[in-house]
Ligand binder design. Structure first.
Ligand SMILES: *[C@@H]1O[C@H](CO)[C@@H](O)[C@H](O)[C@H]1NC(C)=O
Ligand SMILES: *[C@@H]1O[C@H](CO)[C@@H](O)[C@H](O)[C@H]1NC(C)=O
Length: 142
């Protein structure tokens, strides 16, 4: 049984991970997120710190029965399809793909930002907006 659990963790680990902060900042930058829709890299790092702690497999259920998926905590009611939330699926992506493929998550986050702005993320409004964000890129050689 212990062996089985370990084996399952290995399989899951192949498709998801918790990013180290600067590694994640670099990945965001490579995908053109620095300044995307006027949102600086530090804001994206802050947002994802507070939404998921950089965990690509983060899943959280909301009181309205929708679910938030992945490193950006993208919502199943509007942006992705999970099969049990009535969804407009604006990103045209399965929610589970957002947990496994960081490129898909970033592309969907861009769409959210283009439609609603970075203010769509509650954690950004609460923890990043108008804050000194220098610590989120500290020590990252970007
Ligand atoms: C993700 O995007 C990066 C940069 O655009 C690219 O090099 C990489 O091949 C992509 N990975 C997948 C799995 O699509
Ligand atoms: C932000 O905080 C850092 C130290 O944490 C400080 O050096 C910097 O001057 C601050 N920036 C602003 C605009 O207050």
């Amino acid at each position: 049984m212990k062996f089985l659990v370990f084996a399952l963790l290995l399989v899951a680990g192949a498709n998801g991970k918790v990013f180290e902060r600067c590694d994640w900042a670099r990945t965001l930058k490579e995908h053109g997120m620095d300044g995307y829709k006027g949102v600086s890299l530090a804001n994206w790092v802050c947002l994802t710190q507070w939404e998921s702690s950089y965990n690509t497999r983060a899943v959280n259920h909301n009181s309205d029965k929708s679910t938030d998926y992945g490193i950006f905590q993208i919502n199943s009611r509007y942006w992705c399809k999970d099969g049990h939330t009535k969804s407009s699926n604006t990103c045209k992506v399965s929610c589970s793909d957002l947990l496994a493929d960081v490129n898909k998550s970033i592309n969907c986050a861009k769409r959210v930002a283009a439609h609603q702005g970075v203010g769509a993320w509650v954690a950004w409004r609460a923890h990043c907006k108008n804050k000194n964000l220098s610590k989120y890129l500290r020590g990252c050689h970007l």
